[in-house]
Design a protein around this ligand. Structure first.
Ligand code: HEM
Length: 162
């Protein structure tokens, strides 16, 4: 198994604890997903094109946030993180396979390597905004480690194919 997915128990616990807090927010998938994508598109407008939106669209506009496509992506991404986090400890091998598969899909879609850290920043900003003080330094460090490990796995497919 990839050493990047071998993490300290405490790191996994911190991430799962903050995710549990997030899940208590009503409609957490839509709330978190909408914020995540708004931040991603603010930080990286070209990413809107990858999701089928015009690149000159205002990432904060209501029309975008209400679009079915936007909301379904947002929920999809949060559901995926939910599944991935549940697999972190016990099912790390399966998680690795899933991330490699997902990485291949992203290569086909044309997601560039440099979009991954931007998505990571957008994710941390979303957690900070939704969890407030409960998202402490420790939780933030643990999330960074986990997000980096996930993206490292997904990106590794590109290194293997070039
Ligand atoms: C750890 C990071 C990421 C995770 C866990 C993730 C997860 C997912 C999942 C679960 C899907 C749906 C795949 C399917 O249909 O089977 C997806 C699709 C997609 N992802 Fe990601 N993703 C990540 C990073 C990124 C980044 C950085 C970008 C680019 C900014 C991106 C852009 C896309 C696009 C364009 C699609 C296709 C959406 C569609 O048209 O259906 N993803 N991603």
């Amino acid at each position: 198994m990839s050493e990047h997915l071998e993490m300290e128990y405490e790191t996994i616990q911190n991430v799962i604890d903050s995710w549990e807090l997030l899940r208590r927010i009503p409609n957490y998938d839509v709330e978190a997903g909408t914020l995540l994508f708004t931040h991603l598109f603010e930080k990286c407008p070209p990413a809107m094109v990858l999701f089928g939106f015009p690149k000159d669209m205002d990432p904060t506009c209501e029309k975008l946030k209400k679009s079915k496509r936007f909301v379904s992506h947002a929920k999809n991404m949060v559901a995926m993180l939910d599944r991935a986090l549940a697999m972190l400890g016990p099912d790390a091998e399966l998680l690795e396979e899933m991330l490699l598969d997902l990485g291949k899909k992203h290569v086909t879609i044309g997601v560039p390597v440099n979009a991954y850290p931007i998505m990571g920043d957008a994710l941390l900003q979303t957690l900070r905004e939704l969890l407030g003080d409960k998202f402490n330094q420790q939780a933030e460090h643990s999330w960074l480690e986990v997000y980096r490990a996930f993206s490292f796995e997904m990106i590794s497919v590109m290194r293997k194919t070039v």
